[in-house]
Design a protein around this ligand. Structure first.
Ligand code: ZN
Length: 859
């Protein structure tokens, strides 16, 4: 979309298009001691039509002066009016500014806030225990306007030339290399090189006592990691994946890295996981820093994912940017898809595409709601832009890209991406531009195929059944709650089928575009698996004979990702009331020999869900059922790692152990866990890191006040971000009401960082032992939480209400959000409330018989 196409003067959230910025010269002087900053901006503008007003974005800033210097040297002084509701500044001059080039000079000042957005302050304790501050930025989606007045929309791309004026003891990092440094008036003045043409939300500054690793080079690009002092021993793993993924992307995209250097910075207070500012990527510490010796597989994988994801954005997002926030999925889905490709290439033994199935299933769980939204969805207000950062944008988006890649072939897909990047470099693009590039290269009707997945909500359930010598396939939208209005929806579904005929296999590929189709089965078919390879973004119900044939043949004949799909789809149809619960609960017996951690994730998640809906009287029966399922598998793995075991096996041991000790409430396991934890405290090397989180969880679950105090202290004195996080979250696992009370208080009294606090409250809401207490606390302290917590965190915290799965609590939750008129942006709140409805209606449907069903299944 070109700039002139959107003359949306009627929309209070879009700026008029009669002035176009092309360059910002910024000079910012933060004062960490008093948490404020002052700034000057000179913005080069093209005036398209004669005007007396300039409108641009600014919020929480004081604009001291605004002057405009015209082409012919004339100067206009503007009056300034701030419009907080629309986050704009309106500058008005006495006589009209003629079309042509002009320069706008602004001086302004603001506060370094504690909200983790805009230009903000982060604090930490140094080695002596003294409190230190640093200043950092987080501009996406619409918070650059909190640091300097600007045209804060992604298609107003411009060049940025930044100068930071700082205390001489501090260091400053921005998007580009330092080109000059001097001392003026006892201040260090640091000038940075010009950026490429880019969006405001990608500008970044970090100022503080920060230290860099030596650079490692990818081609000519120096790549460094930055931390607060004393954390350099935690940088090597992040550095490795940063180098590996940047190299991978240069090759894959066929376009050089668009910046002049790349810095990855770990910030002690950070609202999201990381932010892809061009050349200066910022991270929360757990997403970048780790001790490779004590980190678990899951913790290392998380860092690899996030670093690769942000690096992927340097092209997808930074070099080519969506035209408006409705197209955010283009950035995020692509970066998520590319993160998988890069991590899979770096550590093939991690089988990253297999574990991506867990993320795909998480997307299904939201997309199966009537209140889901299409991937591409209208955005107006900043709150709606923020709400787009959700599982549908990331995980559903990446899943449909993976499906398309598998459908058109990975080489055609890559070449289409290359063409798209070359065509739109330094500019903006939208969804159809991508489909055009991919369709041209693949010589296939990609837009027709993809439109249904991007522009309509939900996903299909494919029902497969045998009729005579035919396989009949039927598509309908999957929803948990029966909803007749979705009946007409159809997708173009690339379906891949495997037919087993004795020892022989045959494959069928078809595009299911109608409501139903059937294919002729060859003689002697012994089993049929629909969604071979598990890449499709649809669920499958293998009906009657088909399911029985798969079970009889033995699940080991399926690939791990297919077993995952089978059990995950079965659980989803059970939650939707399409499969009877007893039928689902018979399935785990077929997984007795299962050693894939992703498959186990589905089983354990289904047990956790049951744990939230059973009455407390039935909980002991559920615990016995969990022990019956998990114990044989855990016993076979044993407590100690074996030689030749994969990282994935080690992670599975930890997952099963945690389930056995907590959900299964197994006394023998709890006792052994306590002994092993004691040994671990005496000598950290005696225990495999992958079971440490389970030990901590079990001890918290069974812990008393003394244990609570101990874990609080470990949280306070942890030496790695992962250890800190582990002990922090353990505080939400204690069953003691006094512990939950204390933890809740700490979320709003400053003891727990606001980057973490909402997640802790969310965990307490999801914990069946503390949920009512946590909910009362949220209601009583909502205003304070709304003020203190980053908006994104507050939204995620509210996700915890899904755990309040009793009819009484559900009623109370609805009443609270309605009476307080709370809006979390987009459809977020509707989705949480519907997920809660799904859980409560499951309880109403199955709750009366679940005890008998579980006892039956245990025998
Ligand atoms: Zn991203």
């Amino acid at each position: 979309m070109s700039l002139e196409d959107v003359p949306s003067s009627s929309d209070p959230y879009r700026l008029p298009r009669h002035m176009i910025p092309s360059r910002y010269d910024l000079r910012l002087e933060p004062d960490l001691a008093v948490a404020s900053f002052s700034g000057e901006a000179t913005i080069a503008l093209t005036v398209k039509q004669t005007t007396k007003t300039i409108q641009l974005n600014a919020v929480d800033l004081v604009i001291e002066s605004a002057t405009i210097e015209g082409v012919k040297g004339q100067t206009f002084t503007a009056s300034v009016e701030l419009e907080p509701d629309t986050q704009r500044a309106k500058l008005t001059v006495g006589e009209p500014i003629p079309p042509g080039e002009c320069r706008l000079h602004l001086s302004f000042h603001g506060k370094l806030n504690d909200q983790l957005r805009g230009f903000y302050r982060s604090t930490y304790k140094d080695a002596t225990g003294a409190r230190q501050s640093l200043a950092a930025t987080q501009f996406e989606a619409t918070d650059a306007r909190r640091a300097f007045p600007c045209w804060d929309e992604p298609d107003f791309k411009a060049v940025f030339a930044t100068t930071l004026v700082v205390d001489p003891r501090l260091t400053a990092v921005s998007n580009t290399s330092v080109i000059a440094e001097s001392i003026e008036n006892n201040k260090k003045v640091i000038r940075f090189a010009e950026t490429i043409n880019m969006s405001t939300y990608l500008v970044a500054f970090v100022v503080g006592q920060i230290e860099a690793t030596p650079p490692r080079f990818v081609g000519r690009t120096p790549l460094r990691l930055w931390t607060v002092p004393g954390k350099h021993s935690l940088t090597s793993f992040g550095h490795d994946i940063a180098v590996a993924s940047l190299t991978f992307f240069e090759n894959y995209y066929g376009v050089p890295y668009p910046g002049d250097k790349l810095d990855l910075l770990a910030i002690p207070d950070f609202a999201s996981g990381a932010m892809e500012n061009l050349g200066a990527i910022t991270f929360r510490e757990t997403a970048l820093l780790v001790d490779q010796q004590t980190g678990t597989h899951a913790e290392l994988e998380r860092i690899a994912d996030v670093v690769a994801h942000e690096n992927a954005h340097m092209w997808f997002g930074d070099l080519v940017t969506m035209a408006w926030w409705n197209g955010l999925w283009l950035n995020e889905a692509f970066a998520t898809f590319m993160e998988m490709l890069a991590v899979d290439a770096w550590k093939p033994e991690w089988k990253r595409w297999d574990s991506f199935a867990v993320a795909r299933a998480a997307a299904f769980s939201v997309d199966g709601l009537v209140s889901t939204r299409p991937i591409e969805y209208p955005v107006r207000a900043p709150k709606d832009a923020d709400a787009m950062f959700d599982i549908l944008t990331y995980e559903k988006g990446a899943s449909v890209l993976r499906m398309l890649e598998q459908h058109i072939g990975s080489t055609a897909f890559r070449d289409g991406v290359r063409q798209y990047l070359r065509t739109h470099a330094y500019g903006n693009a939208d969804t159809k531009d991508l489909w055009t590039a991919l369709g041209t290269v693949a010589r296939q009707p990609v837009p027709e195929l993809m439109d249904g997945w991007i522009f309509q909500p939900g996903f299909p359930l494919v029902t497969a059944e045998v009729e005579g010598n035919h396989l009949r396939l039927l598509q309908q939208r999957f929803t948990y709650i029966t909803e007749t209005s979705t009946a007409g929806q159809l997708w173009q579904i690339p379906v891949q089928i495997r037919l087993s005929i004795g020892d022989r296999t045959e494959h069928r590929k078809l595009l299911l575009t109608e409501r139903e189709t059937s294919i002729r089965l060859p003689a002697g078919v012994t089993s049929v698996f629909v969604n071979e390879g598990g890449h499709g973004f649809y669920r499958v119900r293998h009906q009657g004979l088909l399911l029985q044939q798969l079970l009889d043949q033995g699940l080991e004949c399926l690939a791990a990702i297919e077993r995952f799909a089978l059990i995950s789809d079965a659980w989803a149809t059970t939650m939707a009331g399409l499969t009877p619960l007893p039928e689902f609960l018979r399935l785990p017996t077929h997984f007795k020999n299962e050693r894939n951690k992703n498959v186990w994730t589905v089983l354990l998640d289904s047990f956790s869900f049951l744990n939230r809906i059973v009455s407390s009287d039935d909980r002991a029966v559920l615990e016995a059922f969990v022990r019956g399922c998990v114990k044989p598998a855990f016993n076979e793995l044993g407590w100690e790692p074996r030689s030749g075991e994969s990282d994935l096996d080690r992670q599975l041991r930890g997952d099963l152990l945690g389930a056995l000790g907590k959900l299964g409430n197994d006394a023998a396991t709890q006792q052994e866990a306590a002994e092993r934890y004691q040994r671990y405290r005496n000598d950290l090397t005696t225990v495999d890191p992958n079971i440490v989180p389970a030990l901590v969880t079990i001890l918290a679950h069974t812990g008393d006040q003394t244990r609570y105090d101990e874990f609080s202290e470990r949280y306070r004195t942890a030496t790695t971000p992962q250890e800190e996080r582990r002990y922090l979250f353990s505080l939400a696992t204690f069953r003691l009401p006094s512990a939950a009370k204390r933890t809740l208080e700490r979320t709003i009294n400053g003891e727990i960082r606001t980057q973490d606090a909402p997640f802790i409250v969310g965990a307490l809401l999801s914990n069946v032992h503390s949920r009512e207490q946590a909910w009362d606390f949220v209601k009583a302290n909502w205003d304070q939480m709304d003020r203190l917590f980053p908006k994104q965190g507050l939204r995620r915290m509210c996700g915890g209400i899904v755990g309040l799965a009793t009819p009484e609590l559900e009623k109370d939750v609805r009443g609270f959000f309605t009476s307080r008129k709370i809006d979390l942006g987009g459809k977020t709140l509707d989705q949480y409330l519907e997920q809660l409805r799904v859980a409560v209606s499951f309880r109403e449907r199955e709750g009366g018989t679940v005890r008998a069903v579980l006892m039956n299944a245990t025998e």
